[in-house]
Design a protein. Structure first.
Length: 629
């Protein structure tokens, strides 16, 4: 419940709750409002809808190989000319000497060097991957990519493909500054404009290179230009779904000579910009509070204003410091963890693709991020526990590592840890069908032998169930490739079939993929094989919980289910719009599932346990699955 002091914000709140995207006018209304707390609360609501209580960070290192730049952007306090006494150039060996095995990501950007050869850049990425295979390389802004393309007379595609081949994972989001021709002419007229920046990121996305996006604000731009910037990013994200995160960057005036009313942006403006970014960029999963520029204190507040990422340890950052940022050069990982815990969030150490690696909080309940867990969670109040929401496979990974105390976990992940966890009386069960675990195929199932199947990167159990049916029952020999299968942007035409699960599978329900004429509900195939329901996920708790604590949780779950199914099922409009289904269709879907584990369910789990053991014994199956991200 938000008590709006500015009533103009109420229609915006209604749109957000209905899953309707905000317009340019809404953006201007938000920037024109003094009701900062209400804007923050709306952003925090959307943040929690997207990622629950998680706040991400990465153990990373910033490298700027040179500060020599052929350009002289007015606002840049970092670049110098070759003859400057402050000029520096790093060799690849010097770059390698700054890395270590603890790092998960290296972030490389720098000046546009007049003399370096193309081999230097490709060699840099290659050598990093050779010496530190675990480190993911995020390198070269669109401005640098454009510079390489012109200097080395190669197309953008060729530049990006060669870098990808060398080991580049993602592009950083810088270089765009603000998408305004007026500002570009005034502050960085030699640099690429919005059109070229967007074009380069679009090409990167088409080549499977994800990227980030930034917006430099707090200099000479107007609120209209900020909102336009956000809308352009949202449009490209609709087309490509290739952006991982958005980072609003507060301008650091330093010695740039750009005269401001106040030297630094105000805390209010920073928080408002983070919140408005969260609200307008409804198709971005992550909004970053870049603590280097914001200060640690403000970044902490931003975690309740729509931001769900603190970037990382950022060892060795120079650009912001040369411009006068006041935060320490290297914020210890522990400090980041404390900031996040103090904001009552879950610190999540991640990799470059936002896959969670470790959680740094106690008392965590795991929740699969699909609508089918709503009957449990809509009315559930787990006092003193924080909820961590993720797709089944990510959640399963953290569960197996021991970070999850209780929760609804994919069946095969539970089977891996049966000795440490106790089964409760609840789960997600498909009876004669499930509707949200579907194999789409170009050919009838009987003809799938020797084919290649794309497998959703979110599945644990459904993949094993598919293997059981196709390999053990049908006797097929198949190849699998893990893919991000998204309703929003999916190019699966080169596969013979694909397996989609959860909310994405539901989004396909009324919009079947044209080329894939045949679709198979895996719960239905299991039922036809074993005459039993199939248990996809189970509620489980750590063995350390006492009998009475387990009973208490069982009771909470039972009450929650009863409340949910008692009378008419009420689904928030936000979910309906997200899933592209009517409330009747979602109610039918949820009513069709079973949530209690009874005799048949236990029998089915026992049969599947044996099958799963058989599958694990077969090395071939593992060899045939290519993990690609
Ligand atoms: S902003 Fe980038 S391109 Fe412009 S002068 Fe600085 S380093 Fe060079």
């Amino acid at each position: 419940m938000i008590h709006f002091r500015d009533k103009n914000l109420i229609p915006i709140w209604e749109k957000l709750q209905s899953g309707i995207e905000l317009t340019f006018e809404d953006g201007i209304t938000l920037y024109g409002s003094n009701d900062i707390l209400s804007i923050g609360k709306m952003a925090h609501w959307l943040q929690r809808e997207k990622v629950g209580d998680a706040v991400f960070f990465v153990v990373n290192q910033k490298i700027e190989p040179t500060n020599i730049c052929v350009l002289s952007c007015k606002f840049c306090d970092f670049a110098v000319k070759k003859t400057s006494p402050e000029a520096y150039e790093m060799t690849i060996e010097e770059i390698l000497s700054k890395l270590n095995d603890e790092l998960m990501e290296v972030h490389i950007t720098g000046g546009l060097h007049p003399d370096w050869e193309w081999d230097y850049y490709v060699g840099m990425v290659k050598e990093i991957k050779k010496h530190f295979p675990k480190i993911d390389v995020k390198a070269f802004t669109a401005v640098e990519i454009d510079f390489f393309s012109k200097k080395f007379k190669k197309s953008i595609e060729d530049i990006l493909l060669e870098l990808k081949e060398a080991g580049l994972r993602t592009l950083p989001g810088g270089g765009a500054e603000i998408f305004s021709e007026r500002v570009r002419r005034s502050l960085f007229n030699q640099k690429i404009g919005a059109k070229r920046w967007l074009e380069i990121h679009k090409i990167a996305h088409s080549l499977g290179i994800k990227s980030n996006a930034t917006m430099l604000y707090g200099h000479v731009e107007t609120f209209e230009e900020r909102v336009n910037h956000l809308l352009k990013l949202r449009d490209l994200q609709k087309e490509t779904n290739g952006f991982l995160s958005f980072i609003p960057l507060a301008f650091q005036p330093g010695d740039t000579g750009i005269k401001m009313r106040n030297q630094f942006t105000s805390a209010i403006d920073d928080l408002r910009t983070i919140a408005i970014s969260r609200l307008i960029l409804n198709n971005f999963d992550h909004i970053k509070a870049y603590w280097i520029m914001l200060t640690e204190e403000l970044a902490a507040v931003a975690l309740n204003f729509g931001a769900n990422d603190l970037d990382g340890t950022v060892g060795g950052e120079r650009i912001a410091h040369d411009a006068g940022a006041i935060t320490p050069m290297q914020l210890a990982k522990n400090k980041l963890i404390n900031i996040i815990n103090d904001a009552n969030k879950i610190p999540v150490e991640r990799d470059i693709y936002y896959r969670p690696l470790k959680l740094y909080s106690e008392k965590i309940v795991g929740k699969v991020s699909y609508i089918n867990t709503l009957p449990f969670f809509q009315n559930l109040n787990f006092n003193n526990y924080k909820i961590f929401t993720a797709p089944p496979r990510q959640l399963g990974f953290l569960f197996k590592e021991g970070f999850i105390d209780a929760g609804i976990i994919s069946l095969v992940d539970y089977l891996e840890k049966e000795s440490d966890y106790r089964l409760l009386k609840y789960g997600i069960v498909g009876n004669k069908n499930v509707k949200s675990v579907i194999l789409y195929s170009k050919v009838p199932l009987e003809q799938l032998n020797k084919k290649c199947i794309a497998v959703s990167d979110e599945t644990s159990t459904s993949f094993r169930l598919m293997q059981a049916i196709l390999e053990l029952k049908q006797g097929f020999d198949l190849n699998y490739i893990r893919e991000k299968i998204s309703y929003r942007k999916t190019n699966l035409s080169h596969f013979d079939a694909f397996l989609t699960i959860g909310d994405d599978a539901l989004k396909f329900m009324n919009n079947k993929p044209e080329q894939f004429k045949y679709h198979y509900d895996l719960a239905q195939l299991w039922y036809e094989w074993k005459s039993l329901p199939f248990v996809f996920a189970v509620w489980t708790v750590k063995n350390t919980l006492s009998e009475s604590q387990c009973e208490e949780i069982n009771q909470l779950l039972e009450n929650s289910l009863k409340k949910f199914f008692d009378g008419k099922i009420e689904i928030e409009k936000f979910h309906l719009s997200n899933l592209k289904l009517s409330s009747g269709e979602i109610a039918d879907y949820l009513n069709n599932l079973t949530y209690r584990i009874g005799v048949d369910e236990i029998k089915s789990i026992n049969i599947f346990r044996e099958i799963y053991d058989q599958l694990k014994m077969s090395n071939k199956n593992i060899m045939n699955l290519i993990e690609r991200f």
